[in-house]
Design a protein around this ligand. Structure first.
Ligand code: DAH
Length: 345
């Protein structure tokens, strides 16, 4: 039995299927008409109450078929049109046009300096050891011969992890010495670059996070002269072939004897006076012969083996090299600052 309302759905279905869509504008018109929030299919639902009970099911199915058909027509046309559009833009490609310049990033000045230091030591056989920044107090202090009552252990200087008296953020890369010596047999020849943390007030001169490179050489018959020659080689690679160094006696719990190494910077400008406090010398690193207690703590026999170690901060060297006046710039990651190192070596 033919139902006049079915004629309406038949007509609409035919109209949907035969819609002519040749542009994106026409596609949008079609979408609004049949699929938009005020589409013309919806009002037909109101006819439901005029449909005889036995036809209601078929009516529902027809209404649904309208929606499905409209969606299908929409998607088919959409993909045809977008393929045509991309083919058109492909045909317009100018293969002779010069490439758009790429916005490449730049290395951070701390990485630049750290990589240079790593390269210098790699050339003479030091291997890079990267270790954890969250340490326990044994590796950071105890193994490094730093007594319980040493001020460095104080909460004032060290960041301890919440609810822990043993876990902390390493205060120096010397903790890597303990990590390596307890897990490897000599000969050991490593450098350990990385980030360290201290509970310092942040200012133009100091920060609560910074970077160090640690060095450790343990073998039979390693002498102070070996250390001095290695550090002279480093200073000359880093600061120029005529660089002069001096070693001043110092104290570190983990080395005996201990020294600090200065390089001669010169006193030519007012800035040189300021940077070197009027001496012409710049302190670059701490060093010394590994204290026999440290070797013992790490199960290395100090009768059989000796070693030297050194540790240096990176930020100050980066600030000197690139004439950066405020250490905070190194941690703020302001792109305008970082961009300046685009082509830096
Ligand atoms: N760990 C020391 C510091 O943070 C630096 C240092 C000094 C490291 C002497 C060493 C060393 O390996 O022998 O100030």
């Amino acid at each position: 039995m033919s139902n006049p309302i079915f004629d309406k759905t038949d007509q609409m279905l035919a109209a949907i299927k035969s819609a002519s869509i040749t542009s994106l504008e026409e596609l949008e018109t079609f979408r609004i008409k049949y699929l938009g929030s005020k589409n013309i299919i919806k009002p037909l639902f109101a006819e439901m109450r005029n449909v005889a009970n036995e036809d209601k099911k078929e009516f529902g199915q027809r209404m649904n078929a309208l929606k499905v058909a409209a969606e299908e027509v929409f998607h088919t046309n959409k993909s045809t049109l977008s393929q045509a559009a991309s083919k058109a833009s492909y045909d317009q490609l100018d293969l002779t046009a010069p490439p758009a310049s790429q916005n490449i990033g730049s290395r951070h000045p701390v990485s630049l300096v750290m990589n240079r230091i790593i390269n210098i030591f790699e050339k003479i056989g030091f291997a890079v050891e990267e270790e954890r920044e969250i340490e326990d107090d044994w590796h950071n202090f105890t193994a490094m011969n730093t007594p319980e009552d040493h001020p460095a252990r104080d909460m004032q200087d060290t960041f301890y992890l919440k609810n822990s008296v043993t876990n902390l953020l390493r205060t120096h890369t010397s903790s890597v010495q303990a990590r390596v010596m307890t897990s490897t047999k000599p000969p050991i020849r490593i450098i350990a670059p990385g980030r360290v943390y201290r509970n310092e007030t942040i200012s133009a001169r100091s920060h609560c996070q910074f970077h160090q490179v640690e060095g450790l050489y343990v073998d039979k018959n390693v002498s102070f002269a070996d250390m001095k020659q290695t550090l002279l080689y480093f200073a000359r690679e880093m600061y120029g072939p005529d660089t002069k160094i001096r070693l001043r006696p110092s104290y570190f719990p983990f080395t005996e004897p201990s020294a600090e190494m200065d390089v001669y910077w010169g006193l030519e400008s007012e800035a040189d006076y300021r940077i070197t406090k009027g001496t012409g010398w710049l302190e670059i690193l701490g060093c010394g012969m590994v204290d026999p207690n440290v070797l013992k703590n790490c199960n290395i026999d100090p009768e059989e083996y000796t070693g030297f170690a050194f540790g240096m901060g990176i930020e100050r060297q980066a600030m000197l090299q690139y004439k950066i006046e405020d250490i905070r710039l190194l941690f703020e990651n302001d792109v305008r600052f970082l961009k300046q190192f685009n082509s830096a070596y």
